[in-house]
Design a protein around this ligand. Structure first.
Ligand code: ZN
Length: 280
């Protein structure tokens, strides 16, 4: 787990933060597994899209993918594997991505980065997976440990590659990365939904079920609607200092305090606490 993820978790629930540095994470939902798989693919040295897909399947086979109902795990794992593959195919470029080096904050306290270095090494970049993008989401990400925290540690700008996955309903992402429509007679495939008329005759499908290769899908996908890129300006020196000092203090506190009390209002929504819910 990156330090940004740890601090983000700790801001939401101190008990989850406290537990995260003491025990392995339990089974995780679709979002977490997808993020981990995309990152595994981006840093792989070869066959990166395929390795992202393999990371999802590996997690599912090891009972790390939490799906409701449990019987759907194979299908959902294939769905997520196809999306992870597609994302790395589209955003990954032609070279493996590299993490910034860990930074020692204080004795025994390291910052382990969760973002990536730009190709030229001077700035940071990050892939954001989301079901929507708007003002509140934008502000939230900018003020998160995933972004401001990382920028405080390493300086420079941060480029966000925002992947819009579509609505997440009944375990699947209904968006351009995974869903298409096929004409019942001539087999024509469309990714964008057009309401009414002739389009009503098209039949929805998932990429993994039709086994459409990632390269072919990328040609069909209107990339401008499926993702957007945004740049965050560097943090000012004082802000950097404050974020860094706070990170150090929070990490130190997590090391030695007793297990915090359950924080029951925080642990079920929008996602279940990965360290075991605080519900009493
Ligand atoms: Zn909790």
């Amino acid at each position: 787990m990156s330090t940004g993820t740890l601090l983000q978790l700790d801001d939401r629930c101190h008990r989850a933060g406290w537990r995260s540095i003491r025990q392995a994470s339990g089974p995780r939902g679709a979002w977490a597994i997808l993020r981990e798989a995309v990152e595994a693919g981006l840093v792989a040295s070869d066959h990166r899209p395929e390795r992202a897909a393999a990371a999802v399947r590996h997690a599912a086979l090891n009972n790390q993918l939490e799906v409701e109902p449990a019987g759907a795990v194979y299908q959902i794992s294939e769905h997520l594997a196809a999306i992870a593959e597609q994302i790395v195919y589209v955003v990954g470029g032609d070279r493996p991505w590299a993490r910034p080096e860990p930074i020692l904050l204080d004795e025994g306290l390291w910052w382990e980065s969760g973002v990536f270095r730009d190709a030229d090494g001077a700035n940071l970049r990050r892939v954001v997976l989301t079901d929507y993008w708007g003002e509140s989401k934008m502000a939230g990400e900018g003020q998160s440990w995933h972004e401001a925290g990382e920028q405080a540690i390493y300086g420079g700008t941060l480029t966000e590659m925002i992947v819009l996955l579509g609505a997440h309903r009944e375990n699947r992402f209904h968006g351009l990365w995974s869903k298409g429509w096929k004409h019942p007679q001539n087999g024509e495939i469309r990714l964008q939904s057009v309401a009414g008329g002739e389009f009503k005759r098209y039949i929805p499908f998932w990429r993994e079920d039709e086994r459409i290769p990632a390269g072919r899908w990328a040609e069909l996908m209107p990339t401008g609607l499926a993702m957007t890129v945004q740049q965050r300006e560097p943090l000012e020196t004082n802000a950097r200092r404050r974020w860094k000092a706070l990170a150090k203090e929070k990490l130190a506190e997590m090391q030695d305090k007793r297990e915090p009390l359950p924080q029951i209002s925080q642990c079920h929504w929008p996602s279940r606490c990965p360290m075991g819910p605080c519900a009493v």
